[in-house]
Design a binder for this molecule. Structure first.
Ligand code: NIG
Ligand code: FE
Length: 412
């Protein structure tokens, strides 16, 4: 690598000034408040990173200028919980659940309400096993495209619809090509062929399946809930993953009160996700821990269930994140703005709290400090909104407000 004019030019990164930002949300408390808001601001991008943030009138010179036209700029959404590798859909299951005729076990369960059960997961397992890598990849890419257009710049992707060593490993290999944040969820449910041999399945998840999956994953997750895995099974699955260097996170307390939250705190999980049914001791345990409570309101929307009480968690001092849970069964949305709107309307969050949870909160749930924040050195992942304020994300639900989405210093 000798010096030459061409290489010298390559070495020097082009600086881009994003100017005339009406309202900039940095999530950097250095600028005051949890959102670190700056009015009449600018930022400079160099390469994949933020180089400068401050008042527009003091902005340094740059090679290229982008005019934000007095609109708001926010960090890109961090969607810390998705199940993007699957085949088929479950529109019929959703339709049945929403039908006033819906009956479960022969009885109408309330005003036209048929509750979600984990039984439907088998449909997706079957379709996923039958699908080619190319089909699975194409679906995941399509959903990632939807996400990016809505402002999401980081996505965690779980396995969990293969549930054989071969199928889990190929789902994770597909996920790994799309994101750094991959999660091994062999412990999603006991697949039908192991229905009478639960222990054998747990042992498979902890041994042969983990052997072929560990190299593709950063995280280990388990669905600790009714119809999935109990406390001891969940603990064993997490411990096996952790012994292989995977970091723990959990699905817990989605379908009823249960041991998920306590287990998450016990193992030092980065996050426990769903948290719909919490007892006071669960809230207290979370408040006294570093474990993030990730709320997934798309799941309550699509299963017509009561929403988690974000206010209760925030008031207790728990760190809250929001994510889509994008999957064909309980939450077939790829939209973080939709989740923000639900969190504000249904879960007692202010628009500012919901925005923080969908950006910095997601980063916290993935133990990342280079995303979800706009400060020098952080990744240049941000969204220019077609709105003067982030409040519009909840105030104008369902409206595509991401005018430009920058990821790694480039508009996409
Ligand atoms: O996060 N909770 C467990 N798993 C998914 C749903 C899976 C499915 O129904 O396909 C969830 O909601
Ligand atoms: Fe999930």
């Amino acid at each position: 690598w000798t010096r030459s004019p061409v290489r010298e030019r390559m070495r020097r990164m082009v600086a881009v000034l994003v100017d005339r930002i009406g309202l900039l949300v940095t999530n950097d408390p250095a600028h005051g408040g949890p959102l670190g808001e700056l009015a009449d601001a600018a930022l400079v991008v160099e390469g994949a990173h933020i180089a400068w943030v401050g008042p527009a009138r003091r902005a340094p010179a740059a090679d290229v200028r982008v005019d934000a036209a007095n609109q708001a700029v926010i960090p890109g959404f961090v969607d810390s919980h998705t199940h993007l590798v699957f085949a088929g859909d479950r529109a019929a299951e959703f339709e049945a659940r929403m039908s006033v005729e819906a009956r479960v076990s022969g009885r109408v369960t309330g005003a036209g309400r048929a509750p979600y059960t984990t039984g439907g997961i088998a449909t997706t397992i079957q379709a996923t096993r039958a699908a080619s890598d190319e089909e699975l990849q194409a679906t995941a890419l399509r959903l990632l495209g939807e996400m990016r257009r809505a402002g999401t710049t980081t996505v965690e992707i779980k396995s969990g619809y293969g549930l054989t060593p071969r199928d889990e490993a190929r789902c994770l290999a597909i996920a790994e090509a799309l994101t750094e944040e991959t999660t091994y969820l062999g412990g999603h449910v006991v697949p039908p062929e192991y229905a009478d041999r639960r222990d054998e399945y747990v042992s498979l998840v902890c041994r042969e399946m983990l052997d072929v999956c560990a190299k593709h994953a950063r995280w280990v997750d388990v669905f600790c809930d009714r119809g999935a895995f109990d406390l001891d099974e969940s603990r064993a699955i997490l411990a096996a993953g952790m012994a292989r260097g995977l970091r723990p996170r959990l699905h817990g307390n989605q379908l009823g009160p249960g041991p998920g939250v306590q287990l998450a705190v016990e193992v030092g999980a980065a996050s426990v996700d769903h948290c719909t049914y919490l007892r006071d001791e669960d809230v207290a345990a979370l408040a006294g821990s570093e474990t993030v409570a990730t709320l997934l309101p798309g799941a309550e929307f699509s299963t017509r269930s009561p929403y988690p009480d974000a206010r209760r968690l925030l008031d207790a001092g728990v760190t809250v994140a929001l994510a889509t849970d994008c999957n064909p069964g309980t939450s077939f949305t790829s939209s973080m703005p939709f989740c923000v709107a639900l969190a504000v309307r249904e879960m007692g969050m202010t628009p500012g709290e919901a925005l923080w949870a969908a950006t910095a909160g997601g980063a916290r749930a993935l133990r990342r400090d280079d995303i979800g924040v706009l400060r020098p050195g952080a990744r240049a992942d941000f969204v220019i909104l077609a709105a003067p304020s982030y409040v519009h994300l909840a105030y104008r639900p369902g409206v595509p407000l991401a005018a430009a989405v920058w990821k790694d210093g480039r508009p996409s």
